[in-house]
Ligand binder design. Structure first.
Ligand code: HEM
Length: 387
């Protein structure tokens, strides 16, 4: 027996919902396993089990028709790891993953730790500062752009490019975002071996084109996979982590008393506040969700942040609890397209917590300002004092 998906009159791109989507997420979960949204007119899944199953069905729910809602975002198909399927996806992902494998990334741990500890030390006792600017952005912008090996001019624009690209995945296009997307495309097309740092990730990719192991198009596709999804995501996730640790004083005291909780605190923070709100898939065949059918060819919105607050999966899901076992949380996705940068992202956050523990930091937090971005959920400002 199949049923139709209930229609839910929700606009998840309305400014109020973008700022605080959690009540809408609950309505969506309670309405059904598979629902049909009002604006835009797409299907959606938001319960934990259904989001997990959807992400683990890459042959039935494909990414190659694009993972956003706008033609602009979905257009550059072909050599795009996130928007490809099957063999092509495997090949592109292997290239992208080369410097991001856990064993390779863990070699950067000590250097990243030293850098972030020095920054925490400089901020301690300084008075109020904006933690998004001065702490959360620090490692991604300084260290990651160095690892990727991009020229200075690129580094200055990277944050604006990333924000614009994620905003373009939604149904409404802002001309300023379109201009930024063109700029990033031109920047990547103009990169050459002599404009990137020797031995860097981009340098190695260009070297592989010289030896015939990769085509230029594949090398540039991998560089854009480092450039766009690695920055705002990790910055915003660190903002949430800092906020969660500061407003939940007893949880922070628990982490300080038992430093091996640092890792679980990071995972719990990304569960509670999924920076990447959603991506979408297209049904390659009729796809059933708990008795309701997503018809072949229809687009499905897959809501990571909604799944991570599902009371069917997590007890008291709106609370930040560092002893919770949230290893299966879906902020980094799961399955074939699971985040390629997860080890780096987690490492950056772990060394930040470790540095704060070692500094025996006590915080005072001001009111954060929330950004309005169709793809990303996070702060633009986070006033903080470390004493
Ligand atoms: C907290 C930080 C991050 C979050 C929340 C995040 C989230 C995600 C999510 C949810 C996906 C799944 C996409 C899908 O299901 O279609 C993804 C894919 C991806 N991420 Fe991340 N990401 C983060 C950091 C990074 C970093 C640091 C990098 C690179 C250095 C990166 C590179 C990628 C790439 C290349 C993909 C595509 C993988 C594929 O399609 O096979 N991400 N990310």
């Amino acid at each position: 027996m199949t049923s139709s998906a209930p229609y839910v009159d929700l606009d998840l791109f309305d400014e109020a919902s973008l700022k605080n989507p959690f009540a809408d997420y609950r309505r969506l979960r309670d309405a059904g396993a598979l629902v049909r949204l009002a604006r835009p007119d797409v299907y959606a899944v938001g319960r934990f089990a259904d989001v997990q199953a959807a992400l683990r069905s890459p042959n039935k729910l494909i990414s190659g028709e694009g993972v956003g809602f706008s033609d602009v975002f979905n257009a550059p198909k072909g050599m795009n790891v996130i928007q490809s399927d099957g063999e092509l996806h495997n090949r592109l992902r292997l290239t992208v993953m080369r410097p991001l494998a856990p064993a390779t990334i863990s070699k950067a741990r000590d250097d990243l730790k030293v850098m972030v500890a020095a920054r925490v030390d400089a901020l301690k006792g300084k008075g109020w500062f904006d933690a998004m600017q001065e702490l959360a952005s620090f490692l991604p912008v300084q260290a990651i752009s160095h690892l990727v090996g991009l020229p200075e001019v690129g580094r200055e624009r990277m944050l604006a490019w990333a924000a614009a690209t994620f905003n373009l995945i939604g149904p409404n296009q802002d001309p300023a975002d379109l201009r930024a997307a063109m700029e990033v495309r031109d920047f990547i097309m103009e990169l050459a071996e002599d404009s990137v740092r020797d031995g860097s990730w981009a340098g190695e990719l260009f070297a592989a084109t010289r030896s015939g192991k990769l085509s230029e198009v594949e090398a540039r596709a991998a560089i854009s996979a480092y450039l766009i999804p690695s920055l705002d995501t990790t910055i915003l996730a660190k903002g949430h982590l800092l906020r969660n640790l500061t407003v939940n004083v007893e949880q922070w005291e628990a982490v300080k008393a038992q430093p091996d909780l640092a890792r679980a605190a990071v995972i719990e923070s990304v569960r509670l506040h999924s920076v990447l709100r959603w991506f979408s898939r297209v049904a390659a065949e009729d796809y059933e969700v708990d008795g309701a059918v997503l018809p072949k060819g229809a687009r499905l919105m897959v809501l990571y942040g909604c799944a991570n607050r599902d009371e069917r999966r997590y007890e008291d899901p709106d609370r930040f609890v560092v002893t919770r076992d949230a290893k299966d949380q879906l902020s980094w996705g799961t399955g074939a397209h699971m985040c390629a940068g997860v080890h780096l992202a987690r490492l950056e956050m772990e060394v930040l917590v470790e540095a704060l523990i070692e500094a025996d930091a006590k915080f005072e937090a001001g009111e954060p300002e929330l950004g309005v971005n169709a793809g990303l959920h996070g702060f633009t400002k986070l006033p903080l004092r470390i004493v």
